[in-house]
Design a binder for this molecule. Structure first.
Ligand code: ZN
Ligand code: ZN
Length: 231
């Protein structure tokens, strides 16, 4: 689904209605996150639908190293040879050398998110591992996207801003499934850092907020993020 000029949302119901985002810039494509499925078929289909081929994919950037967002990574790397980018803190999890840190099992938040919480606790299902080619930090650039370091959900969580098109990819800092919320309650490793990061995201005043779980916010997106940050 096209959400802005040259920006496409790709979603699936698995992995908590996880979404990935494809950016077209000149002859090249950049992808943020890789959905849940390990065959990457939905991403490959989305690339074909805009008349491109996997070889056009030059950069794959990851918001953070949670399973739902990593499923198609290894397969997409094989098909495209794209450079894989992530924050250093997440890199060894993505490479399969360390398990993601479990989140609190204290009951809170929507029941629909519990399977993902249990998955994190037991480290299952595993994603096909893939090495990270380049570590990202605040202010770096990936294709047309500027990197914001937004720790809290995980220490190496990143957001990606396509300023020209008013699109901000926020990973799990905001969710729109099962409801619009400041992420999934109970899923932040550091709540204090997370609140500061959410305030930063509100200051961007993006027209479109592309979330990790659920449909991107395309109406009153900046106002909604401000409201979540103020709550
Ligand atoms: Zn996450
Ligand atoms: Zn997630």
């Amino acid at each position: 689904m096209r959400i802005a000029e040259g920006v496409y949302s790709i979603g699936q119901s698995k992995g908590g209605h996880v979404h990935a985002y494809l950016f077209e810039h000149g002859d090249e494509l950049t992808l943020v996150d890789t959905l849940f499925d390990t065959d990457a078929a939905l991403v490959v289909e989305a690339i074909a639908r805009i008349g491109r081929s996997p070889g056009d994919l030059k950069h794959i950037a990851l918001t953070h190293a949670h399973r739902s967002h990593l499923g198609g990574l290894a397969q997409l790397k094989r098909l495209s040879g794209a450079l894989v980018h992530a924050h250093e803190w997440e890199a060894d999890i993505i490479a399969g050398e360390r398990l993601a840190q479990p989140v609190s099992m204290r009951p809170s938040g929507p029941l629909a998110t519990y399977p993902m919480r249990i998955g994190l606790a037991v480290g299952r299902p595993k994603h096909p591992p893939c090495p990270v080619d380049r570590g990202l930090a605040e202010g770096d650039q990936v294709g047309p996207l500027r990197v914001l370091h937004i720790p809290g959900h995980t220490p190496g969580s990143l957001a990606f801003h396509f300023e020209q098109r008013g699109v901000l990819v926020v990973g799990d800092a905001v969710a729109s499934w099962p409801r619009v919320d400041a992420g999934w309650p109970g899923f932040n490793l550091n709540e204090g850092q997370y609140r500061e990061s959410l305030k930063r995201l509100a200051q961007v005043e993006a027209e479109v907020v592309a979330v990790g779980h659920g449909e991107p916010l395309t109406e009153d997106a900046a106002e909604r993020v401000h409201a979540l940050a103020a709550a």
